[in-house]
Design a protein around this ligand. Structure first.
Ligand code: IPM
Ligand code: MG
Length: 360
């Protein structure tokens, strides 16, 4: 089959990790008889440099017309990169928010899984790491604080900043349905995270999630306050299967979930719309300090490409092959610097891509 992939290398280590994911997709194409056509799209700092905005209308149109979008990383360093002298709506990250909104990517899936081989890299106590964990954070991605009205103004001579957190019941319902559908294919356990002891938006969240849960009698639903969830993630991560939460809480909790896997360099993500179009990117950032040195870990991007195969193209067996190859590479003791441990063989970014291709 033929698939059109919009590729957004972006900033920092983006181009090098995306190159490895393309290598892996091409290997999958060869092996299983598919053709991936790539169209490069500018987003973030590179787009500001080339056309003055972090995401041009043309770039968004190209992404819309594709079957899926593969993204590397976006952003630079505040105080170093001149992009951050621009007003907020013209900075690199604004491009990321614009493509999420523009493509209607309301559901962000961030799996966090502790590989047996990486247990030593887990920063938690050995007894907790030993139990392992396998969870997915389902984060609402196009609402809440990220997209509410914001302003900074002087009120009675005092500088005052306002951000607004709004959710309507439809936005909550569609992400809740997504989480329950995913839970049905996993361990049928949803923990919905909110701050219902304080926020109205969370009280509505809880009400709508309860309504959706009624349609999924096989799934166990628990509500958890976000502060407690932050604590439980480091105390007993094995209790989580699907974490369902709003945009801002999901941003924070997914970083925490990824850190306990040993390296943020391992964590993939998928951002899904109502249809088949999705955007796939690693959960980590642009890491400008290591860009261009061939030392970045491309596994998160490669696993994101696997999610693309599964969710946008319905190529489950191809996705399984990529995930199995990543597992095999780890079993074979091949490591990038961030996950290196004694007795293993250290490779660079492209070396890791090659090693994974060889095992597909
Ligand atoms: C993420 C990132 C983004 C977010 C930033 C770069 C705007 O942290 O994808 O988690 O906050 O959503
Ligand atoms: Mg984040």
């Amino acid at each position: 089959m033929n698939f059109n992939v919009a590729v957004i290398p972006g900033d920092g280590i983006g181009p090098e990790i995306v190159a490895e994911a393309r290598k892996v997709l091409d290997k999958v194409g060869q092996k299983f008889g598919h053709n991936f056509n790539y169209t490069e799209v500018l987003l973030g700092g590179v787009s500001i440099d080339a056309c003055g905005v972090p995401l041009s209308d043309e770039a968004l149109e190209t992404a819309k017309k594709s079957d899926a979008v593969l993204l590397g990383a976006v952003g630079g360093v505040v105080g170093v990169d001149k992009w951050y002298e621009l007003p907020p709506h013209l900075r690199p990250e604004a491009g990321l928010l614009a493509i999420r909104k523009g493509l209607g990517l309301f559901a962000n899936l961030r799996p966090a899984y502790l590989y047996n081989e990486l247990k030593a890299a887990c920063p938690l106590k050995e007894s907790i790491a030993e139990a392992g964990f396998d969870m997915v954070v389902v984060r609402e991605l196009t609402g809440g604080l990220y997209f509410g009205e914001r302003k900074t103004e002087e009120v009675d001579g005092v500088l005052t900043a306002t951000d607004t957190l709004t959710y309507n019941e439809n936005e909550i319902r569609r992400i809740a349905i997504k989480a329950f559908e995913i839970a049905m294919k996993r361990n049928k356990n949803v923990i919905s995270v909110d701050k219902a002891n304080v926020l109205d938006s969370s009280r509505l969240w809880k009400k709508v999630v309860n309504e959706v849960a009624a349609d999924y009698p096989e799934v166990t639903l628990t509500h958890m306050l976000v502060d407690n969830c932050a604590m439980q993630l480091v105390k007993d991560p094995a209790q989580f299967d699907v974490i369902l939460t709003e945009n801002m809480f999901g941003d924070i909790l997914s970083d925490e979930a990824s850190m306990i896997t040993g390296s943020i360099g391992m964590l993939s993500s998928a951002s899904l719309s109502e249809g088949k179009l999705g955007l796939y990117e690693p959960s980590h950032g642009a890491a400008p300090d290591i860009a261009g040195k061939d030392i970045a870990n491309p596994i998160a991007t490669i696993l994101s490409a696997a999610m693309m195969l599964r969710y946008s193209f319905d190529l489950d067996k191809e996705a399984d092959a990529v995930e199995a190859a990543v597992k095999k590479v780890l079993e074979d003791g091949i490591r990038t610097g961030d996950i290196m441990s004694e007795g293993c063989t250290q490779v660079g970014c492209s070396g890791m891509g090659d090693a994974i291709c060889e095992r597909i």
